[in-house]
Design a binder for this molecule. Structure first.
Ligand code: NAP
Length: 486
């Protein structure tokens, strides 16, 4: 691997300030998702190593919380700058272990740094309240304090930004963080650990533990030292973690799966809608929690929209994400690849039509062609399940009410999109959608400044924005009494 700084490719964990192997010496392989070759091996840690990281974080907690928010922010800013300075290496590591094209990797890393930049400053605005008193001689106050040691369990589809999105608010609030990255993509997390160490976070404030998800997850959930757990991943695992955290009553932030509707009304700018749909559906080969999962298209523009979508999808270039001009990489693994076939077989058996794609790419491996399917109906798995791949199912509708009803007909509630130039319709539909995020004529929704998160089975809590800091803070009410006694 041609890195400018080879120390960013790390094969040990950062536990309590020490770069460590697993206690057993066991490791697991991290694969290049395009070639299948082994990039390197990382420690297969479990309970004991996690408990050491927790103990180190606990030890560091008081000191970190006692620093001024400005001093913590200065270290966060340094981390931000180091990430930008090393973006070429970080992007290459990300592309190799995840498969997305280099330009997307850079975009993800830049997005991730917006959280660091934002929370480095937002920590300085963790204001409390002086509450107008209902009593003579007494003054109620509310102050916000760091919640304590926090943990982050992150997915493979955004191996860099899902870490900074959780770690930055926690660190800014005054909480040490222990990160457990996805086993498919631990190298981006470890590289962030190298840069965190260089930025000057005190020992134990930022740890990265790779290895057995159940053991590490259990140790984090069972620990009463860990006061907040932030998880991004699938809904079933999120529910398991929620149950596991009940005994220690932690604050939970859960960013889970989605089934995003992308509604195209006849009043839409079709060219803009089709171009937006391509980015929204096929970015990261469709492996994005806010990817459009169902295109709901009004009868009057259905055929014209599908034609445009097909023309744009035809421009997507599959291949090795490190090569110039490539716009779609492989799926993460053989299981994800096989799932595409399963979903398409189900849809075709129930009467859907494959307009383009629909099969493995001639490139082999886990490359799957960008696919458009029309005639999709509610009884199909494509309508009901999170696809997490490059398939665009299209569903027809004929009225605004029907569009909203179809859009909300899912247990998920993360992202949704509405395309129309009718302002009244845009507002009515945005209000009616049971989703945490609505993109109205827009699909690029995330940034440090805005609250990101889902409703229903898509999770609880918000990352980013003014709200993001609250996930890592407690509100303490103090009543000052006897103020009228001289
Ligand atoms: P996943 O299988 O739920 O895994 C996510 C993380 O949880 C990984 O680090 C995984 O570790 C760990 N994990 C798995 N089982 C665990 C257990 N029993 N206890 C503790 N940790 C456990 O999800 P994924 O396949 O990596 O990610 C895709 C999912 O994430 C999709 O549903 C997607 O929509 C969702 N997602 C949501 C958002 C959002 O903001 N809402 C953003 C991105 C992704 P191992 O890798 O070691 O198994």
């Amino acid at each position: 691997m041609q890195l400018k700084d080879s120390s960013l490719l790390c094969s040990s964990c950062l536990i309590g300030g020490a770069w460590s192997r697993s206690d057993s010496g066991e490791t697991f392989a991290v694969l290049n998702k395009t070639t299948g070759a082994e990039i390197c091996r990382v420690p297969n840690c479990g309970k004991a190593e996690t408990e050491r990281a927790i103990a180190a974080a606990d030890k560091a907690s008081k000191g970190w919380a006692a620093m001024t928010a400005k001093a913590r922010g200065a270290i966060l800013h340094k981390w931000h700058d180091l990430i930008h300075a090393n973006i070429d290496d970080l992007a290459l590591i990300l592309t190799l272990e995840q498969g997305k094209p280099l330009a997307e990797s850079k975009g993800e890393i830049i997005l991730g740094t917006t959280y660091i930049d934002w929370f480095a400053e937002e920590g300085r605005r963790a204001y409390g309240e002086i509450i107008p008193s209902p009593w003579a001689g007494k003054q109620p106050l509310a102050i916000r304090q760091p919640i304590g040691v926090s943990a982050a369990i992150t997915p493979w589809n955004f191996p860099n930004s899902m870490i900074t999105r959780k770690a930055a608010p926690a660190l800014a609030a005054g909480c040490p963080v222990i990160v457990k990255p996805a086993s498919a993509t631990p190298l981006s997390a470890l590289a962030l650990g190298v840069l965190a160490e260089r930025a000057g976070f005190p020992t134990g404030v930022f740890s990265v533990v790779t290895g057995d998800a159940r053991e590490i997850g259990n140790a984090l959930c069972q620990s009463s030292t860990i006061r907040a757990l932030s998880f991004t991943g699938s809904t079933p695992v999120g529910k398991t973690l929620m149950a596991q955290c009940a005994s220690t009553m932690k604050k939970l932030s859960l960013e889970l799966g989605g089934n995003a509707p992308f509604i195209v009304f006849k009043q839409a700018d079709l060219e803009h809608a089709a171009l937006s749909a391509i980015g929204c559906k096929f970015r990261n080969a469709g492996q994005t929690c806010i990817c459009a999962n169902r295109f709901l298209v009004e009868d009057a523009v259905h055929d014209a929209f599908v034609e445009r979508l097909k023309a744009e999808a035809g421009k997507i270039v599959l291949g090795d994400g490190t090569k110039p001009g490539v716009s779609q990489g492989p799926l993460i693994d053989a299981k994800a690849f096989a799932f595409m076939r399963t979903l398409l077989d189900d849809a075709v058996a129930k009467g859907a039509t494959i307009v383009c794609g629909g099969k493995p790419s001639a490139l082999g491996g886990n490359f799957f062609e960008p696919t458009i399917v029309t005639g999709v109906t509610r009884d199909m798995r494509l309508f009901q399940e999170e696809i997490f791949g490059p398939i665009a199912p299209v569903v027809r509708f004929s009225t605004e009410d029907e569009a909203v009803e179809l859009a909300n007909d899912t247990p998920y509630g993360l992202a949704s999109y509405v395309f129309t130039r009718d302002l009244g319709q845009m507002w009515r539909v945005s209000n009616a959608l049971e989703y945490g995020l609505v993109g109205a004529n827009e699909v690029a929704l995330a940034s440090g400044e805005v609250p990101f998160g889902g409703m229903k089975d898509s999770g609880i809590g918000r990352e980013g924005g003014r709200q993001g800091l609250d996930e890592y803070m407690e509100t303490k009410y103090i009543l000052l009494g006897g103020l009228d006694k001289r």
